[in-house]
Design a protein around this ligand. Structure first.
Ligand SMILES: [Zn+2]
Ligand SMILES: [Zn+2]
Length: 155
């Protein structure tokens, strides 16, 4: 599959000139929402929903928090970044902050190393997902599973 390297994407969607390898926080102040939405073929509301918002900063974790089973299915939600969400809303697994292969944690930032290895640890490049996941468990989350996560977030 042809795609742009991560450093080019990060530099393209940032509002100001940044080092794409250092990255930036996923906030509306840092990310060009209109350009990102247009580039991804999404509506701006979808991009805004995925942003870290100042009014919701309480409980926000600056390190990536993830569900390994969701990562196996190539899914991550911004909702998982809140410490008040201890378990995955679909799988019931406890959220994790460290790579199960190398033990490193990662900043929750938009940066080249993350975009170049999606759903993988930027330190060791091993998958955050369950390595033993079967084909069925690697299927994308179904719409009703995504909707369940969204409903809990918006109340
Ligand atoms: Zn999950
Ligand atoms: Zn790792």
């Amino acid at each position: 599959m042809n795609r742009l390297p991560g450093h080019m994407v990060v530099a393209h969607v940032a509002k100001r000139q940044i080092d794409p390898y250092e990255g930036f926080a996923a906030t509306a102040a840092e990310l060009d929402i209109r350009l990102t939405a247009g580039s991804l073929g999404l509506i701006q509301k979808t991009i805004r929903f995925a942003m870290q918002r100042p009014e919701l900063r309480r409980g926000w974790c600056s390190d990536l928090r993830y569900c390994a089973r969701c990562m196996s299915r190539r899914y991550h939600s911004v909702i998982y970044q809140f410490g008040g969400v201890p378990c995955c809303l679909v799988h019931g697994c406890f959220m994790q902050t460290m790579c199960r292969s190398c033990g490193a944690s990662s900043d929750y930032l938009i940066k080249a190393s993350v975009l170049d290895a999606p759903f993988k640890c930027p330190h060791c490049r091993r998958s955050y997902g369950n390595s033993s996941a079967s084909f069925v468990h690697c299927m994308p989350l179904q719409p009703h599973e995504r909707a369940a996560i969204f409903r809990i977030f918006i109340g």
